[in-house]
Design a protein around this ligand. Structure first.
Ligand SMILES: O=P(O)(O)O[C@@H]1[C@@H](OP(=O)(O)O)[C@H](OP(=O)(O)O)[C@H](O)[C@H](OP(=O)(O)O)[C@H]1OP(=O)(O)O
Ligand SMILES: Nc1ncnc2c1ncn2[C@@H]1O[C@H](COP(=O)(O)OP(=O)(O)OP(=O)(O)O)[C@@H](O)[C@H]1O
Length: 347
């Protein structure tokens, strides 16, 4: 699969469509799909799960030559069926990825994913390997092989959500917090009320700030354990790849005004919301001559019909209860360090 991931991480050639991504690798893919569905030939290990998907490591059992055989650098992502949650099905997600996301974001900036099917037998094996016991189930049907962006020898990794890289266009004009800091302030108040620990949110506006020193400072907050040199390498890599600025551009282009209130089913707005909730994976090589790998994942189409009320209510909550303007009515103020409310740097 590694050769396929390499191929699929190349920019889409100008004259081709994004759908011809297999580029002669169909045989390998079918072999891998067959292997996934041959439980006597492969092993699975639970990695992690979010609200809608479960991720497993997969390898060829007893392969004497390589640790994971054909599944080197590969993970298996499967949907979980939960009562009351209706995520888009994987065929829809794959079509959205190929037709809406790859061309706009750039295939080179995305964790590649390939649609396969799993049998009921395999679904059952996977389900039993989960160490979370909620009401959700893993069922036979579509699954995805995805490129593994987790740590491996010679690499440090960072996984984070860039969230809203520009202010919401319908935030109050006198806002002192960006959408993400306002949302995190609200959430920290809820957590504190339950006696939970809270930390000061990292303002995402710092990641795309015009002052490179602010970008480095933001990266330091994201990677407190990294060396200064690696923090600077990451800042340079973000600048070179342009990925975060592209993300900000698509987030704002898809939500130019009152879309959230007036037209939340608009596909461009839907894409903006997806890109405000995607994950960014960074693999920082120890070897200084290797490139820093930065890719976005979880660029899943959202169920617009189901989510519009949640989106609108979240917005009005932040506006009406003073979370944007730092006027929240709480006994102890919530600390944020939003870039919107920081005095301009003097040089
Ligand atoms: O509403 P937000 O901005 O807090 O984002 C939600 C995320 O919270 P976060 O702030 O990233 O911790 C939330 O993430 P968590 O469940 O908190 O990990 C989901 O990603 C949610 O999307 P969906 O319902 O799974 O499609 C996200 O919902 P939307 O992106 O659809 O708003
Ligand atoms: N390509 C990848 N490489 C390494 N780890 C990954 C990859 N994709 C997912 N993971 C791990 O699996 C976890 C869950 O995956 P994923 O984000 O796809 O689930 P989700 O249900 O979409 O999450 P959310 O609730 O945020 O929407 C991630 O938080 C991450 O730890």
């Amino acid at each position: 699969m590694e050769a396929i991931w390499k191929e699929q991480s190349k920019p889409i050639p100008q004259e081709s469509s994004s759908c011809d991504g297999n580029l002669g690798n169909d045989d390998t893919l079918r072999e891998c799909e067959n292997l996934v569905n041959s439980p006597q030939k492969v092993e699975f290990k639970y990695v992690a799960e979010g609200r809608a998907n479960v991720v497993f490591s997969i390898w060829e059992s007893g392969n004497p030559t390589a640790t994971k055989g054909r599944f080197e650098g590969t993970l298996l992502r499967v949907p979980k069926a939960t009562l009351g949650v209706t995520p888009c099905d994987y065929e829809t997600l794959q079509a959205f990825h190929e037709n809406q996301v790859e061309g706009r974001v750039g295939r080179q900036h995305l964790v590649p994913q390939i649609l396969i099917q799993i049998t009921a037998e395999v679904a059952d094996i996977l389900h039993k390997k989960r160490n979370k016991t909620d009401d959700s189930e893993i069922r036979a049907g579509y699954a995805m092989l995805i490129q593994d962006m987790s740590a491996s020898p010679g690499y440090s990794v960072l996984e984070f959500k860039p969230k809203w890289l520009a202010q919401s266009p319908i935030a109050p004009k006198n806002a002192k917090r960006c959408r993400t800091c306002a949302r995190e302030a609200f959430r920290n108040n809820q957590k504190r009320a339950k006696g939970k620990m809270v930390s000061t949110p990292i303002c995402p506006l710092g990641l795309v700030h015009e002052d490179p020193a602010v970008v480095v400072d933001t990266i330091k907050l994201l990677t407190p354990e990294w060396t200064q040199s690696n923090q600077k390498r990451l800042s340079d890599a973000f600048e070179r790849s342009g990925i975060l600025k592209k993300l900000r551009e698509l987030q704002t282009k898809g939500d130019p005004g009152r879309a959230l209130l007036d037209n939340p089913s608009d596909p461009d707005f839907g894409l903006a919301m997806t890109l405000r909730d995607c994950s960014c994976y960074v693999r920082m090589p120890t070897d200084l001559s290797d490139d820093v790998e930065i890719k976005l994942a979880d660029v899943d189409k959202k169920n617009w019909e189901e989510k519009q009320t949640y989106w609108q209510e979240s917005h009005w909550n932040l506006v009406d209860n003073g979370w944007y303007t730092c006027e929240e009515q709480v006994d102890t103020p919530i600390v944020t360090e939003c870039l919107l409310n920081r005095p301009p740097l003097t040089s």
